[in-house]
Design a protein around this ligand. Structure first.
Ligand code: GLY
Length: 371
């Protein structure tokens, strides 16, 4: 019989774990300062693109691959349960070359993608324009990665929250939350509303995961926020097809006609302002590869905080404190890693074999005795 479980953090990772635990019969309460799925889960672009993100660490790549494979069943289940379709689209990624230098690098770029497991091929100019007609006629070609996808992360958040609610998960808004434990095990949590007893707590607090009060030094994880600014243009529906990348900027279409353009990468603490320089840098690249985009309305700008660990790997699993689990530090791949994280962490808490080996993601790997 599963214990009552507290999940701290109502993002995609936290709600994903809560949903998987509720399906296994646990009584789950999710605590967050903000509305569910409104921080990085809402701010992301929903790219399911580990090769384009240049993930090369074999353990992390295997985790990303497992999650990418799990996505279709994950969104199908949520759609059947809630009626909310997360718009999973398998349209691949186009890495566009606009000048001689980047056109010459396509061979090496394609080979590097293939070494990591990408289904990558080189496209000439005509094939590139046929695949993505919004691009300017000056493009020189592209590398196309067929086995990448994207999902509407805001719809996915809505689907997960609805699925959680349907499965009996409770959501609590709190301004303060602290872990309560003794030297060996979790006793509960304390919020501004008082003490809540539980033997199992999951820290899924994203960029704030390293700030959780009450965590003993032996179980502390170091997570730092890396801000990403983004914007959206209103383009005609169907105007763009798949993911487009150029010079570290990506363009992601949405079924509702918005085209997301992201993202900067700024280490400036918990600052989520959108700066003029950030918007300029994104539009500079986007309008260089597709000048026609300059004619459309800029309808939204926003920023989110990626939760970064020191080695690029998330922290997943048990800690030195019995009953205190961590699922944090997913950095640029939190949306991609949601299904595998939810299933693996819920399995671990339920005493089942996780679907993937989690040793490389041990939350205690930074502890002095692990070195
Ligand atoms: N995964 C996209 C980003 O973090 O900007």
């Amino acid at each position: 019989m599963l214990d009552d479980v507290v999940v701290i953090g109502a993002g995609l990772i936290g709600t994903g774990i809560a949903y998987e635990l509720a399906k296994r019969g646990a009584m789950v309460t999710v605590y967050d300062r903000a509305e569910p799925a409104r921080a990085a889960s809402w701010a992301g672009a929903g790219m399911l693109a580990p090769y384009s993100e240049e993930v090369v660490d074999p353990a992390l790549l295997a985790l990303c691959d497992a999650s990418l494979r799990a996505y279709p069943a994950f969104v199908d289940d949520l759609r059947e349960r809630t009626g909310v379709d997360a718009h999973l689209r398998h349209e691949g990624t186009l890495h566009v070359a606009c000048d001689d230098a980047s056109a010459q690098e396509r061979g090496a770029q394609c080979a590097a993608f293939r070494r990591n497991g990408a289904d990558a091929s080189i496209l000439d100019r005509d094939a590139t324009l046929a695949r993505e007609p919004m691009l300017g006629g000056h493009v020189r070609g592209a590398v196309y990665v067929a086995n990448e996808a994207h999902v509407d992360n805001r719809r996915l958040g809505r689907a997960l929250v609805a699925a959680c609610t349907d499965a009996g998960v409770r959501f609590e808004r709190t301004t303060e939350v602290a872990l309560e434990c003794d030297a060996r095990r979790v006793r509960g949590i304390r919020t501004e509303h008082g003490f809540a007893a539980t033997g199992t707590v999951v820290n899924a607090a994203g960029a704030w995961a390293g700030e959780l009060a009450g965590v003993p030094a032996a179980a502390h994880i170091a997570v730092r926020p890396v801000a990403g600014e983004m914007l959206a243009l209103a383009v005609p529906k169907g105007f763009t097809r798949g993911l487009v990348w150029a010079q570290h900027v990506y363009l992601v279409p949405r079924d509702d006609g918005r085209l997301l353009i992201g993202a900067t990468s700024l280490e400036r603490d918990f600052d989520v302002r959108v700066t003029a320089r950030g918007v300029q840098s994104l539009l500079d690249v986007a309008l260089r590869i597709a000048p026609v985009l300059g004619t459309f309305a800029l309808v939204e700008t926003w920023a989110g905080l990626r939760p970064a660990s020191h080695d690029g790997r998330p922290y997943l699993g048990r800690t030195a404190i019995d009953g205190y689990f961590v699922a944090a530090g997913h950095y640029r791949n939190g949306i991609l890693l949601t299904p595998v994280t939810a299933q693996a962490v819920a399995a671990l808490i339920s005493g089942e074999q996780p679907p993937i080996e989690l040793g490389a993601f041990d939350p205690q790997r930074d502890a002095p005795e692990a070195a």
